[in-house]
Design a protein around this ligand. Sequence first.
Ligand code: NAD
Length: 257
Amino acid sequence: MRLQDKVALITGAGSGIGRESALLFAREGARVVVADVNDAGGEETVRLVRDAGGEAVFVHADVSQASDAQRMVEVAEETFGTLNVLFNNAGVFHAADGSVLDTSEEIWDFVMSVNLKGVFLGCKYGVPALLRAGGGSIINTASFVALMGAAVPQIAYTASKGGVLAMTREIAVEFARRNIRANALCPGPVDTPLLAPLLADPAARQRRLVHIPPGRLAQASEIARAALFLASDESSYVNGATFVVDGGITAAYITPE
Ligand code: NAD
């Protein structure tokens, strides 16, 4: 098993990529702390992990709040004795986040507080726990939009993910000699509730699908498998990477007809 004897904390594990990762990490031997602001979703993930024979615990945490971020790390250490893998996955996407011309400051602040400050706080409280454990792996979820511009913009979301990418590199370099690796996971569009409002309109869906070489969205399980690699010791020399899992979007100029 690829995460035998590891303790993994996954934020936003009540849905989508975080839930699939919790299930996969547990199948690979990890004991999992499921952190989410959505209690029902988080509890359901724990139930699914336990039903599959794994070990997990839920902690209510709004990653944009320092006290919650601190608490989720404490829960990991109190419940399972240590922390080895920190997966800062929680993120939001707001329907009113659009062009720089009409996105409000309130939307900007909200998206930044979860997507960027949330990762900062996860690291602020998580890194000391990883150091106490003698090292570990940090996975921060950015996005392919941190690498490309779009004419159908989400200005706050994109800026927040660019920040995650830059912050991850800095953490990767600062702690490398203390046995901590940090990598930014950059998924392409994934079929999860996050994107549902955006893709409900068939024209909006098609506007995006045309730019994806395989012509389909990713499944959350495909992103979870990449996260598993970054979490495990198999990626022992992967540090500070922009780990792109996007079906080739960032490689494409003209996609197949
Ligand atoms: P999702 O909406 O299915 O899951 C996100 C989870 O985060 C939810 O359970 C939600 O309750 C939780 N969450 C939201 N705000 C929170 C907060 N303040 N504190 C704690 N938990 C909070 O979305 P997903 O697609 O699984 O997204 C996971 C990550 O992947 C996000 O960071 C997202 O930006 C990123 N991402 C998603 C896509 C995509 O197309 N779905 C693409 C690239 C990157």
